[in-house]
Structure formats: C-alpha cells, structure tokens
Design a protein around this ligand. Structure first.
Ligand SMILES: [Zn+2]
Ligand SMILES: [Zn+2]
Length: 822
C-alpha cells in the first residue's frame, strides 16, 4: 500500500490551498478565526492531596495540575457540588480524580460512583484510573457487558465503580439493597460529559440522579457531585437542574493548547439560474401539496440527496425541454465536504469529516472514494464512512484502521464524538453546524496532535441557522448563549420516574420535595387515582409485582432492524421515531455508500426488509399534521400580538412519498403509504397576530399562509441558536386561522411526548429568538426564499406556499409588539 505521510501537508498550507479554490470576489471562506496557542497556568497540588495520589500522577507524568483542575478539585474536596465546563482535552478528568482518589486513600471505606453517557468512555476512564496503580481503589466497570459472576465482586469490593445512567436505572437502584454497603460509603458521584444529558433523556437522568440521592440518603450518605461538561451557556444552571442541587461552576480553561485555524465556509452559488427540464415534468418546488395542514413533523428523514447532485444538472438542449427559473442555489454542503476531504487526503492530511446525517456520511464517503480513485487509482480505499447503527465489530475495525494510518479520511456522524480516543488528526471538516457549540468544539477538538497546529472548517449547509452563523462569527466564537435544556417536570418523565422510585422504596411526603415539589405531588396524586400507586400511612407504594417499564432514552420503542432479504444480513438499525419516514416501503436506504430499496416495513416486528438496488431517484416522505391546544401555561398579551406557552395535542401521519429524479429534483410520482397515525401530547410556543395588524404591516390576506409558513420554517431553523436542540427535535404548524386561537398563528412544538424544554426556552427568550430569525431571512441573498432562509428540508407540504418578504413583516410586527420600547 502506498504510504502518504500525514506531515506532508500542514493545516496552514491546506487552508491556503483550499482558499485558492474560490474566486477573488467570491471566496467561500466568510471568516477565519485564529485560535492562538495558549500556554498553560499551573497550580501547586492542593494541600489536601493524598501523597500516594500525588505520587501516582507524578509517575504518570503529571507534575502539577492546571489552575482550573485545582480549583474545581478543591471545591469538590470541600464538599461543594461543582461543574467544570471547559474545552476538549483540557484535563477535566484530573479535576474529579484528584478529590475522588484522595478520598479513597484517606478513608479506606469510601466509595466513588462514576457515570458516563457511553460504555466506551467508561472503559477509557477505567483504563486511566487503573493505570495509576493505586492500592485499594479496585476500579471496575459495571455495565451491560459485565458478566453475572463478576457483578457480585464489583458490588462487594470495587470502590471506584464506573457505570452509566441506564445501568443505574435498570440495575443498581432497583437492587439497592445489595448495594447498601457501597451506597453507605458513597463520597463522590462523578458525572462525565454531563451536557449530553439534555432533552427527554436528560430529564429522565435528572430523576435517576434524584433516585440515587434518595437511595444514598437511605443508607446514610450524602455524596458530593462533580460534573464535567463541554463549554455551554449557564453550566451551573444546567447542572443544578440535572442534579437538583446547588452547583458551583468553574469555566476558565487554563490548560495549554495548540493553535487552531478555524474557517467558516459557505459553499458558492451555482452558476445556473435556469434549468432545462422535460416539458411534461413538474419541478419539485412548485408541486401542489398532497395534503393540507401538514407540516414539518419532527422526523429526521433527511433530504440531503435532493441536493447531492444539484450542480451536475445537465442542460440538455433537446426540443422537449423547457427552461425553468430556479432560485439561486448553493453547491451542496455534502459535495463541498467531499471535495475538501478529497483535497485534504490527496495532500496527505489525515482528516475527519463530521456529517450530520447518517445518509450524508455515506454519501460523502462514496463521493470522496470516487474522486480519489479518479486521481490515484486505489486511493479511494483509504476513506470510509462511520456512524451509529453499524455493527460494533465494523466500527472497531474502522477505528483501528484510522489510528494505524491505513485509513486517511473518515466521513462520520457524531457517533465518533464521545469516548472514542482518536489522536493524530490534522484537520476536521464539519459539514453543517452540529447543533450546539459544545458539539462544534468537541468535533473541532479532534484535530491537532500534541502541540501541533490544526485546521477546522465549518461548511454551512443550505439552512437558516448555518447561513446565519457563517455570517455572524461572533455567534460561533463569542460567548456561548445556548443552554443545555432539560425539563424534569415533564409529566411524561415525572410520572414513570415516580413509579420507579416507589418500586425501589415507598415515596414519603418529604421525598416529594426532592422530585419537584408541587409537580411531584400532583403527579403522585394522579398515579394513585390511576391505581399505579397506593397511599399508606408510611408513604406511596408501587402496586404492581413487576418493575415499571421505563426507557430513559425515550426513543419510543425498539429500533427498527434493516435486513437484506436475500441474505438475512443485518445491515444496521434506525430508531423507531424515524422509521416511518426513512424506512417506509419503497424508501431508498443507503448503507456504506451502497443503495438499498425497502421492500417492506414491518412495524410489529420492527424489521425493514431491503434489497440492493441503485435507482436514479431519491425518496421523500410527506406527512399530515394536526394540532389542538389543550391548555395555556403562560402568555404575553401584546395588543395585536399574543405569545403563548402551553400544552398541545399533535397527530402526525406519514401518508405518501415522492420519488424525485437525482440531479434535477424532478418529481417522478407520488405514492400513497398506509402507516398508522402517531399521536403526541407535548408543549408548544405559539404566537398569534390579528389580521388587521398583518394588513397594516402590508401583508395581504391572501399572503397570510405563505408569510406565516415562511416565518415558522425559519423560526424552527434558528431555535437551536438558543437551546441545545436541533431542528429535528422540533415541529411546527402555521395557519391563517386556527380553530383554537381564532387568529393567524404560528406554532412551534417539542417533538417529544410531554416536551423536552425547547418550547419553554423559546418562550422565555422569544424576542432574541425571533430577532435572529428575522435577520436570517432578511439577510439572505435569494429572491423568493431558499433552503438557507425559509425553505425546510422536512416540510410535509413541499415548501408551498412560502412568502419570504411577508415573513419579515410578520416577524417585525411580533417584535415591535413584544418590545414597544424599542
Ligand atoms: Zn434565501
Ligand atoms: Zn412547511
């Protein structure tokens, strides 16, 4: 195999070379941020450090802690709950290892519990702690892979137990009696990567931690919580919501780091302004909706394939073809990423490309492979795709190949973000904003060898948030505004969690405070009325024999297995929430760059049977959504404008799919589907505007639907700016007149039962959110709306109607009403 050394081409030269790809007046690079190298600031070992621990670290080459490590560790040692929120590779583990291991050394009976979101990360930590070789610590993982016969040993002897919230929930807490000795001596609970506990999953974990605190108290301990987080807005607030405890934050990173050149990249506009299409075909943009009232259900079916080949549109001058005006369209971020990845690999730069969707990762890998093989036959083999849903053995093999240099490039989903220890990469390409600054920096942090320079490039997708960010670098590099959102009061989380708690030990009046006060009291009352709990003088008891069946990940059922019919081979899995849109009968499914067609989706058995086929069309699911208001929790009366937060019932059904020609987007046909309706009670934020105010703002009644629809799309697109969600977590519906509000209305709702806190956050900072939305639309260079402003990749209405200019008027009307002083 030909060996390309990774030092052949440094990040700086690579950027220079990439920059040369644009023209002088239209460089794709909108901003270059130079994150300078930083020399670290060390602190002496805190005086309380146990000498054996200090010696062990010294033997491992750590002669003194960084300042931030020492201050977080000292707070923890003093018994204060603390969260350390600093960048990747800033040495967060030392900050909790120091107090935890010192406690174990000082008190021979003390124990420590470590929680990580993934088994891989726990395994990394186990190795790190074991390598210190401290006597009597006896670190051990306790997870689904721990053999039965070892579990007893872990319970009785291990003093540093590494596990995950799922294991705590399913095994440790229900079996707390067997863990009594461990819990009685519990001095520290470490929660690593705590920013990953967000949304519904985060809300569940918040209650698992309250159950842990209750169990520990029952056996006589009150452990100190030490949390490690990626940088985020308000880490102390998020950590407090997660643990239910007052938490102090440490956020200044004093570790040294190599310089990073961070470029923001907007793919160039394509030269074509018209497109020739067969006269009898209809361009996708102008197709009339197959259904009305349906819009933007939160289904992560991705529409990347529509744009994959957009720039290879051939302009065939056949007489049967007519010219169609197209909105200015940018080169797809996927193709741009594949080209940059190709350039980087040809230059010998070891590069990782992060792609948001699984399908996108497959597409980029296969495009890169093809381009490399054209340049140097055989070079294509040195690129692979990597994503969740691959089988474990396949993933390990890919990781090994990248580490050994056998692979030079990888197109990966964020499955690689946590817990996989990859070093020695020179450049990271981030195709599409990953949704949070925490993820962005986590991904960018993959680039850079010890002390070396690194390159990170964020390639904007045709999406309102991405477009906003590449033109507002201060929103990327400035102070983080987004916060990790979770909502422990979600009734769909609280009720089931209280059942779990009651099945572990009866819930007493004083426990109610721990689980949320009045909300918990109301939920317990409801559970008593349902017969799930029974009230006795000593507390509320779980009435059933078995354990409550509660899934922390809240994905709504088992993932659907994708199986090749002819061979019975399991290709991978897709979560159930996405399966209707992604694996419906007839859907095109990509796996490792190979295309399959779904023959049958069997929802009862959670299996999709597929066969290999390479059609020249892509598939796009269409759905119908209805919404009704259940109650209003809070509202702002701003004259002609009303802003509301409340509960809503949403029904959604994937009803059909379109087949579109790859390249032109031409709709071949629309085929019906017979999938069940899904129902969701959730939380929504919505605003209403009186028709008179809209007319005064210059919006004609006939333009109301397009104006509201466009504002809704952009609003959903910009929501991740203020909360750690992505647009797939959110749904929306807009209407010129809604039966429950009796006014033109835009609804934006959480895509998870009971809500995950996103709508609440949008309501709390509505002006900030809608202002950014307004700016994103107004600043877009397109004429009549494009994917970078008001079009949505998951619109169930085929992005029709949309009125970009009128959407700005809608948002101005709302903003002026909400902020009359401005
Ligand atoms: Zn636009
Ligand atoms: Zn829509």
């Amino acid at each position: 195999m030909q060996c390309v050394t990774s030092t052949a081409f440094g990040p700086a030269e690579l950027l220079h070379r990439l920059r040369a790809r644009g023209t002088a007046e239209a460089s794709p690079i909108t901003h270059v941020e130079r994150v300078p190298p930083r020399s670290g600031r060390q602190a002496p070992w805190p005086t309380w450090t146990d000498p054996s621990v200090r010696d062990a670290f010294a033997a491992a080459g750590i002669l003194a802690p960084w300042e931030h490590q020492a201050s977080a560790a000292t707070l923890a040692w003093e018994g204060k709950h603390v969260v350390l929120a600093t960048g990747t590779a800033s040495g967060k583990s030392l900050a909790y290892q120091l107090p935890a291991l010192s406690a174990l050394a000082t008190d021979p009976k003390a124990t420590v519990l470590y929680l990580s979101p993934t088994k891989a990360l726990a395994a990394d930590q186990l190795r790190a702690v074991a390598r210190l070789g401290l006597d009597g610590v006896r670190p051990a993982t306790f997870d689904g892979d721990t053999p039965r016969e070892e579990r007893e040993w872990v319970r009785q002897h291990a003093r540093f137990v590494l596990t995950n919230p799922d294991m705590l929930h399913h095994s440790l807490l229900p079996g707390h009696a067997r863990w009594g000795v461990f819990l009685r001596r519990l001095s520290y609970v470490v929660i690593d990567e705590c920013h990953t506990y967000r949304g519904v999953f985060g809300s569940h974990v918040a209650h698992v931690l309250r159950r842990l605190r209750r169990a520990a108290a029952r056996y006589g301990s009150a452990p100190t919580f030490v949390l490690a987080s990626a940088t985020s807005g308000d880490p102390a607030g998020a950590a407090s919501r997660l643990t239910g405890l007052p938490v102090t934050e440490v956020t200044e990173d004093t570790s040294p780091r190599g310089g990073v050149t961070f470029a923001l990249w907007e793919p160039p506009l394509l030269p074509q302004s018209t497109l020739s299409v067969p006269a009898q075909s209809v361009p996708a943009q102008s197709v009339s909706p197959v259904s009305s009232g349906s819009d933007d259900s939160p289904d992560p079916a991705d529409a990347e394939s529509l744009l994959v080949d957009a720039e290879s549109l051939s302009v065939d001058a056949e007489s049967l073809f007519v010219d169609v005006e197209l909105p200015p369209i940018r080169r797809s971020a996927l193709r741009e990423t594949a080209d940059l990845l190709t350039d980087a690999i040809v230059a010998g730069t070891r590069t990782l490309a992060f792609i948001r969707s699984r399908r996108g990762a497959e597409v980029v890998a296969s495009m890169t492979r093809r381009a490399l093989d054209e340049a140097v036959p055989g070079l294509g083999e040195r690129v692979a795709a990597y994503r969740a849903g691959y089988l474990r053995e396949d993933r390990r093999a890919i990781e090994r190949a990248l580490l050994s240099g056998e692979l030079l490039g990888l197109a990966s989903t964020n499955a690689l973000e946590l817990g996989v220890d990859l070093v020695g990469l020179d450049a990271v390409l981030i195709c599409g904003y990953p949704g949070t600054r925490a993820s962005l920096w986590q991904q960018a942090g993959r680039a850079g060898r010890a002390g070396g320079e690194a390159l990170a490039v964020l390639i904007a997708r045709d999406d309102p948030l991405d477009t906003y960010l590449v033109h507002h670098p201060e929103a990327v590099f400035g102070r983080p505004v987004e916060a990790t959102v979770l909502d422990p009061a979600n009734p769909y989380v609280l009720g089931p969690q209280l059942c779990c708690a009651a099945s572990e030990a009866p819930i007493t009046e004083s426990d109610l405070e721990l689980f949320g006060g009045p909300a918990a009291a109301a939920a317990v009352q409801a559970l008593v009325e349902e017969g799930a709990l029974r009230r006795r003088p000593s507390g509320f008891y779980w009435t059933h024999r078995g354990r409550p069946d509660v899934d922390l990940r809240g994905t709504g059922g088992a993932p659907v297995s994708v199986v090749e019919s002819s061979t019975g081979r399991l290709l991978g899995t897709v979560d159930q929430g996405s399966s209707h849109a992604m694996l419906h009968t007839g859907a095109v499914h990509l796996h490792q760059g190979v295309s399959y067609i779904v023959d049958e989706l069997d929802l009862d058995d959670a299996i999709a049977l597929v066969h290999q086929e390479e059609p020249d069309w892509s598939t796009h699911a269409r759905d119908v959504t209805n919404l009704s208001v259940v109650n209003v929790r809070s509202y702002v009366d701003a004259g002609p404008v009303g802003l509301f937060l409340g509960e809503v019932d949403v029904t959604n059904q994937v009803v059909s799919y379109q087949r579109r020609r790859i390249g032109t987007g031409e709709v071949i046909d629309t085929r019906p589907l017979d999938l069940p309706v899904r129902e969701l009670r959730t939380v929504a934020v919505w605003f209403t505007i009186s028709p008179e105010a809209l007319v005064r703002a210059g919006v004609e009644p006939s333009d109301f639907p397009g104006a509201l629809h466009a504002a809704e799309h952009a609003g959903i697109g910009l929501l991740p700016l203020i909360a750690t969600c992505d647009r797939w977590d959110i749904g929306g519906l807009s209407t010129a007149g809604h039966a429950d509000t009796e006014a033109p209305t835009v609804f934006v709702y959480d895509g998870h039962p009971g809500g995950a806190g996103f709508a609440e956050r949008a309501y709390a900072v509505a002006s900030e959110w809608l202002q950014a939305t307004r700016e994103a639309i107004a600043a877009c260079v397109c004429e009549a709306g494009c994917p970078a402003c008001v079009q949505s990749p998951k619109c169930g209405n085929g992005n029709n109607p949309l009125d970009k200019d009128a959407a700005v008027k809608v948002l101005d009307t709302v903003l002026v009403a909400l902020n009359p002083h401005l």
